[in-house]
Design a protein around this ligand. Structure first.
Ligand code: SAH
Length: 397
């Protein structure tokens, strides 16, 4: 089924070969004229992609149920086999090892899907444990191969698969979760990032357990938070607050709606250098900023994705503006505000417009001091701009 030989030909509509010729890895269902050689065993199998004129453009994994009908792994006329996947895994892992851009930590994204030439595969390392997440029929069909390649490449003592239920539904594959090699992870795995330590719940936590993608911004907060009163909105397990504690913040206020996340935040803050005053507030952050009367010198606003689809962009932009507007009113003179969006449809340009509108309505002029984003272990391929999701602004009020 998922061996090296391709059995399926996906022929594109006339004029719909441009994207593949530009090395974009996705063949969308609307670009497909016909599929030849499809059978029961086609789910995730290698497919050849051809132009309407019959020219071979590349080879990828077939997803009959998905909007993304083929994820191309190799462009050109040479048919690859599964060894390509093992080589790319080894290469992705090797790139992170000792990368000065990633720096001192034992918690790293090892494989970042399209950006590492492995669409549908995410793998993160947390100390002794590799957590993988499969997001395509092609990767699900090769589970054993991926597991053995990751095990070989990392020599990690254990591997755990986290389910991606939404992707499984889209791709028409079974939802799977559980240990894939070695012992199951402990309920708390402690990771290290610079001098900071975090307890992570790899089985129940969000994403694969921790927001590895905010590492650079945690470093930034640690460099800025000395003697500041810090408000950490959408705090999750306290990633930013721990960084602020290491900086010697004057006070911490963590606002988060998930009781489980906040419980872990308490453990993380307890393990960090003491801060004179810390408040854990389990509530809706949108409501909190409206009612709170505090004053802060450093505010982090890191909401969950507020728009799944492009059509929701306007609503998401309003929500981002709303929380930033009220947060700016709580900002002391000279305060720093880190405002993030991880919604795909709220891009960097829209985020700036949101910040402008919020600053105007809050009557708080502000400067953009720096643009923020994901760190070096979460690269984006130039061929696949959809890989950009985390944007942020450092503002000075
Ligand atoms: N800043 C965090 C990541 C935040 S992810 C970090 O660096 O680790 C977004 C968080 O917002 C999640 O923990 C989610 O539980 C929480 N959340 C979602 N909706 C919320 C709301 N309305 N009010 C407060 N928290 C919310």
């Amino acid at each position: 089924m998922a061996d090296g030989r391709w059995v399926i030909d996906v022929v594109l509509l006339p004029g719909r070969d441009r994207s593949a010729r530009r090395r974009h890895p996705w063949v969308l269902s609307g670009a497909v004229a016909r599929v030849l050689g499809e059978s029961e065993g086609s789910l995730g199998a290698w497919a050849r992609v051809l132009s309407a004129e019959g020219e071979t453009l590349g080879f990828g994994h077939y997803s009959p149920a998905s909007q993304i009908r083929v994820r191309i792994l190799a462009f050109g006329k040479d048919a690859p086999d599964d060894t390509l996947i093992c080589e790319r895994i080894a290469q992705a892992v090797a790139r992170r090892a000792g990368d000065p851009l990633v720096g001192e930590t034992d918690a790293v994204r090892l494989v970042n899907s399209e950006a590492d030439g492995l669409p549908g595969l995410v793998a993160d390392r947390y100390g002794d444990v590799v957590v993988l997440k499969l997001g395509s029929a092609g990767m699900s069909a090769r589970r054993e191969l991926l597991v053995s390649a990751l095990r070989d490449a990392t020599s990690a003592p254990s591997g755990f698969e986290r389910a991606d239920a939404a992707a499984a539904r889209r791709e028409g594959v079974a939802v799977r979760e559980g240990p894939v090699w070695g012992p199951a992870p402990e309920p708390r795995v402690w990771i290290r990032e610079r001098g900071r330590r975090y307890a992570v719940d790899l089985v129940h936590g969000q994403k694969t357990g921790f927001y590895l993608d905010q590492r650079d911004s945690r470093d930034l907060v640690e460099s800025l938070a000395a003697r500041r009163r810090v408000l950490d909105l959408f705090a999750y397990t306290g990633g930013f607050s721990v960084a602020a504690a290491h900086a010697g913040a004057a006070s911490l206020t963590l606002v988060e709606s998930s009781a489980e996340a906040l419980a872990l935040a308490r453990e993380n803050i307890a393990a960090a250098p003491p801060v004179p005053e810390t408040a854990f507030v389990e509530t809706d952050a949108f409501r909190f900023v409206r009612q709170d009367a505090g004053r802060y010198d450093l505010i982090v606003i890191d909401p969950p994705p507020l728009a799944r689809r492009a059509a929701d962009a306007a609503r998401a932009a309003r929500a981002h503006k709303d929380v930033l507007l009220f947060a700016l009113r709580r900002a002391a003179e000279g305060a720093l505000v880190l405002a993030f969006s991880c919604s795909h449809s709220v891009d960097a340009k829209l985020l700036r417009q949101v910040a402008f509108a919020a600053s105007l309505d809050a009557l708080r002029p502000a400067q953009v001091v720096r643009e923020l984003g994901a760190p070096a272990d979460h690269p984006v391929s130039l061929d696949h701009p959809e890989g950009v999701y985390l944007k942020g602004l450092l503002l000075r009020v």
